[in-house]
Design a protein around this ligand. Structure first.
Ligand code: VTB
Length: 330
């Protein structure tokens, strides 16, 4: 069945991540992650208000009382279009931003209302992410060695040629050790597991798999992207304290369920946009030119499976006078 081309709200979402990245870029390497995050939140919120949707934040800056903006439950969009769930991470990798390190990105995910899993009090999730060749061939419950072998077979390569990314934390030590023992190349990262997860599904990045316990919201945002990129992420909540575990159980959430991206975010009308803030391995960071700024973004749409890499040139001379966001100090 064919249909007439319809709107791609992902291209509107792109403007929200570009705005967040432009605002956050002023804080790169300045050692103040809160200020950088706040600038990104403020900018993203202004642009989200222009998106044609009746959106509700389901993954945001936190509960209402602790987060004045983009809090969970906040209505976003112009209030007229389709009812949607919206997941935001205006700065994924605030430490990376503050330290001027690679791969901090601004992110938005979008799905029809009710389509996104909401694990309110859950902070941590055990995850595995791979690209399209290995999608359907991995298993979160299998040993790392078995998953490495599955990815190698899917790519007609050898485990020794694969690069697996892991968040450098004691909680991930067993996986790091197992991957090394099997001869894979392990790239340890200090923060930000979304960017490398996207890279598993993008050509020429040299990243084959991401494993280990990272953030739950980051897992759901990655799931939005994998719908459009054709890769796969599987996750299971992995509370790191008794308090976190109790809170999840009190909400009646099943801790033992293994979920793929199709269960983390349900359906086909799923969109994702990300813009580089600091220079990244795939997404370039915000670059200043003599008359403005260049941004580099990824936009995905699950129904068509189209993903786009978009380079945008923002020109101060025209942008600053009309923009509600103070991108450039007067
Ligand atoms: C994870 C990871 C994120 O922070 O949430 C991590 O998914 C937090 O882990 O990408 P710790 O509590 O061990 O620091 C990030 O790295 C960045 O937000």
């Amino acid at each position: 069945m064919t249909t007439e081309p319809d709107r791609n709200v992902g291209l509107e979402l792109l403007r929200t991540t570009e705005a967040a990245a432009l605002a956050a870029a002023r804080w790169v390497g300045r050692g103040d992650k809160e200020a950088g995050d706040q600038a990104a939140v403020d900018a993203m919120r202004v642009l989200l208000a222009t998106v044609h949707m009746s959106g509700v934040i389901v993954i945001g800056e936190g509960e209402k009382d602790h987060a004045p903006m983009l809090y969970i439950g906040e209505a976003v969009g112009d209030g007229k279009g389709p009812e949607t769930d919206v997941a935001v991470d205006p700065v994924e990798g605030t430490n990376l931003l503050a330290k001027g390190l690679p791969n901090s990105i601004a992110i938005v995910g979008l799905a029809p209302r009710g389509a996104m899993a909401t694990f309110g009090p859950s902070f941590y999730m055990d995850k595995i992410a791979v690209g399209p060749e290995a999608a359907g061939k991995i298993d979160l419950d299998a040993p790392v060695t078995q998953n490495l072998e599955a990815v190698a077979a899917a790519k007609n390569g050898r485990v020794e040629e694969l690069t697996v990314v892991v968040l450098d934390r004691p909680r991930n030590e067993d996986k790091i050790e197992a991957a090394r023992q099997r001869g894979a190349r392990v790239r340890l990262i200090s923060d930000g597991d979304v960017a490398p997860s996207l890279m598993t599904a993008l050509p020429g990045t040299g990243i084959d798999m991401v494993v280990g316990i990272g953030g739950t919201p980051e897992g759901i945002l990655t799931a939005c992207a994998m719908h459009g990129l054709g890769g796969e992420i599987q996750g299971r909540l992995a509370p790191q304290s008794d308090k976190e575990k109790e809170h999840i159980e009190a909400e009646g959430i099943d801790l033992n369920r293994k979920l793929s991206h199709r269960e983390l975010v349900i359906g086909e009308d799923i969109f994702f946009a990300a813009t580089g803030i600091t220079q990244g391995d795939f997404l370039r960071g915000v670059e200043y030119t003599s008359d403005g700024v260049v941004t580099h973004s990824l936009v995905t749409r699950s129904r068509s499976g189209t993903w786009r890499v978009i380079e945008s040139h923002h020109r101060w001379e025209k942008l600053v006078p009309i923009s509600a966001v103070p991108y450039r100090a007067p």
